[in-house]
Write a protein that binds this ligand. Structure first.
Ligand SMILES: Nc1nc2c(c(=O)[nH]1)N[C@H]1C(S)=C(S)[C@@H](COP(=O)(O)O)O[C@H]1N2
Ligand SMILES: [Mo]
Length: 329
């Protein structure tokens, strides 16, 4: 493929060494080259708005405004208030209660933070989080977020399409899956027993390349709170929440379906695909409806019907044509 050598983050990695103008120009060049590459790959052009704030070379600290542009992939349903989305979490590395991550995740150190790209790629890479964040303009996307435990939220996430990052990683044609590995550091995390840390998740490569899959750095216009998976996570809105690996330190490309933490725990309850599907019940509860946690909540919980693929069928159903979704749950 053309221009591959320069289609790299490397220029931006030592971001403290370069001026804002140089960073900006690098970004523009990378962007142009990326778009050329994407067109050559037939991946389709992805419209994007340049966000000057993101090329500022100093690292963005927690709670800084991400200046994200709105996206077409946005639901107008009432949003979950910030204080609920950041205090009712699953992040088992910090404890298994919903309130544990907000209480304990302040010990997570999100800078410096490096991300490894390994396995079936043209060249293994070690990347700095700030250069990944600056690689593409950040969009705000308001997604439905459906936990396998039958509650759901509506959250404005900030990031760019995972497909753009994967193209950058240059997986070999033999790569069929991507695995996400989260940080597992006993100095910063509780890492409760009974789990085989690090947290592992994965997707078929064509799922990961779907434009809805979001590489996520923020929510509510700010960098991610630690309990929501800072500094980098994925969000796959048509799948159950546990597919959305938090605090990722490694993207591993492989030709074999990777093992995943919840499937290891209990394979009859948590499948590899885990697409939201109201017609396939969890062995211990129905998936036909969900408790929506949003700003309309008063004292009584609000239950709503769960939609196939969490309401994203138009975008993703074709990924599963001909597959028996009861078998591949
Ligand atoms: N590393 C890691 N990632 C994780 C989890 C976890 O325990 N560890 N929990 C998952 C589950 S079950 C859900 S529902 C979502 C919750 O994301 P949120 O807390 O931002 O809403 O994160 C997912 N990602
Ligand atoms: Mo979940």
């Amino acid at each position: 493929m053309l221009l591959r050598k320069s289609n790299r983050f490397d220029a931006g990695i030592r971001s403290s060494d370069i001026t804002p103008q140089e960073a900006f120009e690098n970004h523009q060049q990378t962007r142009r080259r990326f778009l050329t590459g994407a067109a050559a790959l037939g991946a389709g052009a992805i419209a994007a708005t340049r966000i000057p704030a993101l090329v500022h070379p100093t690292p963005i600290q927690a709670a800084d405004d991400l200046h994200a542009a709105p996206s077409q992939y946005t639901t107008t349903e009432p949003q979950t208030p910030f204080n609920k989305a950041t205090t009712y979490n699953n992040f088992y590395e910090f404890g298994t209660d919903k309130s544990d991550p907000a209480r304990n995740a302040h010990t997570l150190k999100t800078r410096p933070w490096t991300v490894q790209v390994t396995g079936m790629v043209k060249k293994p890479l070690t990347l700095d989080i700030d250069s990944i964040m600056k690689y593409r303009p950040i969009e705000s996307r308001v997604y439905r977020h459906r936990c396998v435990e039958a509650w759901s939220m509506v959250i404005p996430w900030d990031g760019y399409s995972l497909s753009q990052f994967i193209s950058f990683c240059e997986p070999l044609p033999s790569a069929k899956f991507v695995q996400f590995l989260s940080l597992a550091d006993r100095k910063q995390m509780n890492l409760p027993g009974g789990f085989d840390w690090p947290y592992s998740e994965g997707l078929r490569l064509d799922e990961a390349m779907n434009p809805l899959a979001l590489l996520t750095f923020g929510c509510y216009g700010q960098t991610l709170p630690n309990q929501n998976g800072a500094p980098i996570r994925v969000v796959m809105p048509w799948k159950y929440g546990f597919k959305n690996a938090k605090s990722i330190v490694k993207f591993h490309f492989t030709d074999k379906q990777p093992h995943t933490t919840w499937n290891d725990q209990n394979s009859s309850e948590y499948g590899f695909y885990s697409n939201v599907n109201p017609t396939v019940d969890h062995p211990r509860w129905s998936q036909a409806r969900e408790r929506r946690i949003d700003s309309t909540n008063s004292i009584l919980p609000r239950f709503i019907p769960t939609q196939m693929f969490n309401g994203y069928s138009d975008q993703v159903a074709s990924l599963y044509t001909g597959m028996n979704l009861k078998k591949y749950y």
